[in-house]
Structures are given as C-alpha cells and as structure tokens.
Design a protein around this ligand. Structure first.
Ligand SMILES: [Zn+2]
Length: 90
C-alpha cells in the first residue's frame, strides 16, 4: 500500500513513507512491481466479498492491481524461460 488521499483537502499523505518498497527492491536487486493507494472502497469491497478487481482493469481503483499482476506475469514468464534453458549434465 502506498499513500492515502485525504477526502477533505485532497492532500496525499504518505502513511508508510514514500519510496520504501522501491528502495528495498533495489537493495535486493528485485523488481519493484508497483504500489496501491489506500482507498476505502478497496477495503469495503473486500469486506463484502467483492474485490475491486472485479470492476476490470479500466477501473481507477483496480488499475494498480492489474498493473502489478501484469508485471508479475512478465517476471514469472522470464523465470520459466530461464529455467527451461538450463541444461543438466549428470
Ligand atoms: Zn485533508
């Protein structure tokens, strides 16, 4: 989760500090997959058993999840391709 946008003044509040996950990903040479804004409707949908992703990738609330999933899929495909190129010698 990343920032929260105040519904009263629209100011972005960095609840968990900004860039921490990106920094850690760089530190461990891992891809940073993205961040998800803290949006009350995401929690509300989850509580009702209706994840925000059901609204599709064009939903502003769901877009970050689809973006992260796509990046994760690319990483998984690359890892699978690298694993299939391994030649075992016994
Ligand atoms: Zn405010």
């Amino acid at each position: 989760m990343s920032h929260f946008t105040c519904p009263h003044c629209q100011k972005e509040i960095d609840i968990f500090s900004r860039g921490g996950a990106e920094h850690t990903a760089r530190q461990y040479n891992l891809p940073f997959l993205g961040s998800v804004e803290l949006i009350p409707s995401i929690r509300e949908g989850g509580d009702r058993g209706l994840p925000v992703t059901l609204a599709g990738p064009k939903s502003p609330q769901a877009a970050a999840f689809y973006d992260i999933a796509e990046k994760l899929m690319i990483q998984a495909e690359a890892a699978a391709a690298a694993a299939s190129n391994v030649i075992e010698i016994s």
